[in-house]
Design a protein around this ligand. Structure first.
Ligand code: DMJ
Length: 643
């Protein structure tokens, strides 16, 4: 329907009526007087209507729902006995006094709203007077507040658990002056490594001591997660370097963030970060380490989402997407990687009361138990999609090593209750002795590598840790062969010492042969490097603890001196490329495990045995001490409230 007032009076269509200023001047000259009069009439009617609306329309605020926190103000005033009702936020009032009171109340509220608006307007005006930089700074402050608040919420304390019996956190200071001096020298080396990392690589994963800048490798993805800080913490603590420890703690508290778009090695992050954080927590009692360890573990869990539950080697900490190393046999996961999670994951379940971690590692164990093992040996590769072995390579060095170590340590860490783990260890070691351990023509006991039914007579520096493992597992061995395993440990220690002693620098090569007239010597150029690894010194320390034969301290001291002489540079410590060369070149990397392991084992070698006694502490594969858990016969999954 068309409004009669808009009908054209002259038979000509008028342009649509607009009250905008430009509508009239254009047509004014052409309009007749009567038309002008009618238009004036319409205009005055419209203005009257507007005034009427302004004065006579009912007050809409009466029907307004007060949902900006005003209900809190209004509702307490509602007296239901006098007929006021609160219907879902609308207020319907009674008559008389109540009406008067209500009007006053509304007036008060209107004033308040007006005052608030004026205040907001004033604030906005003030803001506009500020410079761009000032406004930016204010926004940043607000943002920081929000982040801090989120962090605070994220860091809410975990449920308290009774700490296990923490025995032997003491100075371990030796009485003997000579030994004390040696120990002080190791501490000084630690300080040199730390101070330089602090100065040139702080926050980066590792240090390039010659270029004097941060360094990282693909195991940490492209992250800057301060691997050296986390790995070094417990060594600093044990050595009594408390200022340095506090610096590290502060950095972790403020900066260690795991929501990074970075693809990291599940194994390395577990042994260095989770292991390091847990050890720092147990030693110092500082909650922040426990919280960070649990946060990080949550980020690793998606790696277990594979068809078999055998985790991927790598996981993106942000997306949770996992994959395997391109070089590993047909997309396989690595035995030493998925088999080296047990200790840390059991502790995580212990500390959180959440069996999820425990269940993940027990699932791996169950799966391995069901599988056929060629000659009783565990191959290094297992496909997480099919659940089948990859290439039939077996090693007690790289790719296999810490899997065997963790079977033994799972048993020790459970206060020797986890007999299933002990049995798996005993079975595996029997097969290894039968197929991989041999004596060279010169009488050196070595552990070779099994490749498709053939024994390669080559031993890696990594394999040298096994001397300590045999000694540690001697007590409790099957058929009471404790003496035999202690002896085997001593023989491996001797062979590995020979591999050091037969070099120019008195530092061990990465791999050495027992073949073609060669004994404990590296043959290939790319096996002649020493990258500050700990395994040989680790074995000396275990052998020292179990035998107190002074030769182990002597050998450890030789290694410490060689490291100080050939690997020390003004910017820290570096690996060397050829231990047979009298003028070595550096690889320019200070590995985080040098601070976590090499220097820690050396320090312990020159300390009293009551510092972290082996009856109460089990060292993870990165030398992070975790206490024995007295869990009695309860399995964690059966009783999640075992804490
Ligand atoms: C360490 O990170 C761990 O000991 C791991 O188990 C293998 N070796 C390196 C150091 O050599």
């Amino acid at each position: 329907m068309t409004t009669p007032a808009l009908l054209p009076l002259s038979g000509r269509r008028l342009p649509p009526l607009s009250l905008g200023a430009s509508a009239f001047p254009h047509h004014r000259a052409t309009l007749r007087l009567s038309e002008k009069f009618i238009l004036l009439l319409i205009l005055s009617a419209f203005i009257t209507l507007c005034f009427g609306a302004f004065f006579f329309l009912p007050d809409s605020s009466k029907h307004k729902r007060f949902d900006l926190g005003l209900e809190d103000v209004l509702i307490p005033h509602v007296d239901t006995s006098k007929g006021d009702k609160n219907l879902g936020g609308f207020l319907i009032h009674g008559q008389g006094h109540d009406e008067h009171r209500h009007r006053e109340e509304e007036e008060r509220l209107r004033n308040k709203i007006r005052a608030d608006h004026e205040k907001a307007l004033e604030e906005a005006k003030e803001k506009l007077k500020k410079s761009r930089d000032e406004i930016k700074a204010e926004i940043q402050t607000e943002k920081n507040k929000v982040v801090q608040e989120l962090k605070r919420k994220d860091s809410k304390p975990l449920p308290p658990v009774p700490l296990p019996n923490l025995i032997g956190i003491n100075s371990g200071e030796p009485a003997d002056l000579d030994i004390r001096e040696k120990r002080n020298k190791i501490k000084e080396m630690m300080k040199h490594a730390w101070d330089n990392y602090r100065q040139y690589g702080w926050g980066h994963n590792e240090l390039k001591p010659i270029a004097r800048k941060g360094h990282s490798t693909n195991i940490f993805g492209n992250s800057q997660m301060g691997a050296t800080i986390v790995d070094a913490l417990d060594t600093l603590y044990i050595m009594g370097l408390h200022d340095e420890f506090r610096e590290g703690q502060e950095w972790i508290d403020r900066n260690l963030d795991f929501s990074v778009n970075s693809e990291v090695s599940v194994f390395e992050v577990n042994i260095r970060f989770i292991g390091g954080l847990l050890a720092a927590y147990y030693l110092s009692g500082q909650e922040v380490f426990k919280i960070k360890a649990v946060q990080l573990a949550g980020k690793l869990l998606p790696a277990f989402n594979t068809p078999t539950g055998i985790p991927w080697a790598m996981v993106n900490l942000k997306s949770g997407v996992g994959r395997n190393w391109g070089w590993a046999s047909a997309g396989s996961s690595i035995l030493a990687e998925f088999g080296t999670l047990h200790m840390e994951f059991v502790h995580l379940s212990y500390l959180t009361g959440d069996p999820v971690y425990y269940n993940k590692v027990m699932h791996i164990r169950k799966l391995l138990q069901k599988m056929d093992r060629p000659n009783g040996l565990y191959p290094n590769y297992l496909n997480p999609r099919t659940g089948r072995w990859g290439q039939h390579h077996t090693s007690v060095g790289g790719l296999g090593d810490s899997f065997y170590e963790y079977l033994l340590k799972a048993w020790l860490m459970s206060d020797k209750m986890d007999t299933e783990a002990r049995k798996m260890y005993d079975d595996a070691i029997e097969a290894i002795e039968k197929h991989l351990i041999r004596k060279s023509n010169g009488g050196l006991t070595f552990i070779g590598e099994w490749k498709n039914g053939h024994l390669e007579r080559k031993m890696g520096h990594l394999t040298c840790f096994a001397g300590g493992m045999f000694a540690l597992g001697a007590d409790g061995s099957r058929d009471d062969k404790a003496g035999h395993y202690l002896q085997l440990g001593a023989e491996i220690a001797h062979t590995c010492h020979e591999s050091y002693d037969r070099t120019t620098l008195k530092l061990g090569p990465e791999a050495f042969k027992f073949d073609g007239g060669v004994e404990a010597v590296a043959v290939r150029q790319n096996e002649k490097y020493y990258i500050l690894r700990p395994e040989v010194i680790e074995t000396y320390w275990y052998m020292w603890r179990f035998t107190h034969d002074p030769k182990y301290r002597q050998w450890g001291w030789e290694a410490a001196q060689a490291i100080d002489k050939y690997c020390r540079v003004s910017g820290g410590f570096s690996g060397v490329k050829d231990v047979y060369s009298s003028s070595p070149t550096y690889d320019d990397v200070q590995q985080s495990f040098f601070l976590a392991e090499t220097l820690k084992y050396l320090y312990l070698l020159f300390s009293n045995d009551d510092l972290l006694p082996l009856d109460n502490w089990v060292f993870n594969t990165e030398a992070h001490p975790l206490p024995v858990l007295h869990l009695a016969n309860t399995t964690l999954s059966e009783n999640p409230s075992y804490r």
